[in-house]
Design a protein around this ligand. Structure first.
Ligand code: NAI
Length: 356
C-alpha cells in the first residue's frame, strides 16, 4: 500500500488506518477495486471515484488497482498522479498484479480490465480469453471480497463476463453482479435531447434492453421529456415513429464504432462517466429515474433466465429492482428476442470454455 503521507511503498493493512488524512467526522474508508487500472477507461474513472463523485463527498476510499504484471510500471505512474491530485478522500492506494490482494475486503468492484480484441481475432476467441479472466476473478472475489460487494463489469463482452464471474463466486449473491449498459443509456438520452432541442436532464426513462453489443435495443417508448414544466411521452413529442425505430436505434447501437473510427481508440471518457453513474446510483439510489443495468435475468419480459440482460431498474437502499408492467410492442418483442438469443448463445459458448 503506497502511503501518501510518508511515501512508504508498502504498508500492511493494519497500518494504513494510521495514515488516513480524512477528517475524523467522516465515515470509515471503504476499499474499492478497479481492474485494468493502467488502461484508458481507468485513467478517467479513478479521479471520479477518488474525488467523491461516486460514493459521496463524505466517504473516503482506499483504491485497489489491479492490472497485469507487465503494466506495473505504467501503474506506478498512475499512483504518482493520484498522489499529486492531493485528494482529501483518498486514504491510500494499493497497486498490484495479484487478484486476491486486489479483491481483499472490497465493498465495490469496477471490473474494467479485459483482453482487447486483436486483429484477426474471432468473437469466440475474445470470449474465450475473457471467460478465463473472469472465472479467475470470480474465484478470487469469492475467496476474499466482502459478501455484500457490488460488482460492475465493464470489460467486454460485459454481460457474459459478469455471468461467468458470478458463477465462480457462489458465496456472493447473484444480485451483486451487474454489467454496464449505462453508456448506451447515456448515449440514447443525449441523442433524444439533441433531437428535441432540450437539456439532457430533461429526458428520462429511455431503456437499453439486452446485451451491450450491436443487438442491444435502445427503446424510447416509455421515455419522457420535460416540455413547459410537464413530463410528456417522448414518442408523442418526437412524432416520428420511423426515426425512433430506425435512426435512433442504429445510432446508439453503432456509437461505439463511430467513436473508434474518429478517435482510433474506443470510448473511454464517456465509458468512465457511465461506470461512475452506474455505481453512484447503485449506492445512492435512482430517485424518480430509471437506469439500465445488466442483471441476472429472472425471466422478466419473456427474456431468457440466467443470462445477464439489461433491464430498466430503480434502486433504493442499495438494492436494484426491475421496472415492472411495461407494455412490449410487437417491434420491441422482436428486438428483445433477438438480443436475448445472442446472450443465450454467448452463455453456451462461455460454458463450453469453462468445461476445458
Ligand atoms: P485498455 O486496453 O486501455 O485497458 C485495459 C487494461 O486492462 C490494460 O491496462 C490491460 O493490461 C488490463 N488487463 C488485461 N487483462 C487483465 C487482467 N486479467 N487483470 C487485470 N487487468 C487486465 O482498455 P479500455 O479502453 O480501458 O477498455 C477496457 C474494457 O472496457 C475493454 O474490454 C472494452 O471493450 C470495454 N468497454 C466497455 C464498455 C461498456 O459500455 N460496457 C464501453 C467501453 C469499453
Amino acid at each position: 500500500m503506497a502511503c501518501f503521507c510518508c511515501g512508504s511503498p508498502k504498508l500492511a493493512d493494519n497500518e494504513i488506518t494510521a495514515v488516513v488524512t480524512a477528517p475524523i467526522t467522516m465515515a470509515a474508508p471503504i476499499k474499492v477495486v478497479i481492474t485494468g487500472a493502467a488502461g484508458q477507461i481507468a485513467y478517467s474513472l479513478l479521479y471520479q471515484i477518488a474525488s467523491g463523485a461516486v460514493f459521496g463527498p463524505e466517504q473516503p476510499v482506499y483504491l485497489h488497482l489491479l492490472d497485469i504484471a507487465p503494466m506495473m510500471g505504467v501503474l506506478e505512474g498512475v499512483v504518482m498522479e493520484l498522489a499529486d491530485c492531493a485528494l482529501p478522500l483518498l486514504a491510500g492506494v494499493l497497486p498490484t498484479a495479484k487478484p486476491e490482494e486486489a479483491f481483499k475486503d472490497v465493498a465495490a468492484a469496477f471490473l474494467v480490465g479485459a483482453m482487447p480484441r486483436k486483429e484477426g481475432m474471432e468473437r469466440k476467441d475474445l470470449l474465450s480469453a475473457n471467460v478465463r479472466i473472469f472465472k479467475e476473478q470470480g474465484q478470487a472475489l469469492d475467496k476474499v471480497a466482502r459478501k455484500d460487494v457490488k460488482i460492475l463489469v465493464v470489460g467486454n463482452p460485459a454481460n457474459t463476463n459478469a455471468l461467468i464471474c458470478s458463477k465462480y463466486a457462489p458465496s456472493i449473491p447473484k444480485e451483486n453482479f451487474t454489467a454496464m449498459t449505462r453508456l448506451d443509456q447515456n448515449r440514447a438520452q443525449a441523442q433524444l435531447a439533441a433531437k428535441l432541442g432540450v437539456p439532457v436532464q430533461d429526458v428520462k426513462n429511455v431503456i437499453i434492453w439486452g446485451n451491450h453489443s450491436s443487438t442491444q435495443f435502445p427503446d424510447a417508448a416509455n421515455a419522457v421529456v420535460k416540455v413547459g414544466g410537464d413530463w410528456k411521452p417522448v414518442p408523442a413529442v418526437v412524432n416520428d415513429d420511423d426515426y425512433l425505430k430506425t435512426t435512433f436505434v442504429t445510432t446508439v447501437q453503432k456509437r461505439g464504432a463511430a467513436v473508434i473510427a474518429a478517435r482510433k481508440l474506443s470510448s473511454a471518457l464517456s465509458a468512465a462517466k457511465a461506470a461512475a453513474d452506474h455505481m453512484r446510483d447503485w449506492f445512492q439510489g435512482t430517485g424518480d429515474r430509471w437506469v439500465s443495468m445488466g442483471v441476472v435475468s429472472d425471466g422478466s419480459y419473456g427474456t431468457p433466465r440466467e443470462v445477464v440482460f439489461s433491464f430498466p431498474c430503480t434502486v433504493s437502499n442499495g438494492k436494484w429492482k426491475i421496472v415492472e408492467g411495461l407494455t412490449i410492442s410487437d417491434f420491441a418483442r422482436q428486438m428483445l428476442d433477438n438480443t436475448g438469443k445472442e446472450l443465450a448463445e454467448e452463455k453456451q459458448d462461455a460454458m463450453d470454455v469453462c468445461k476445458d
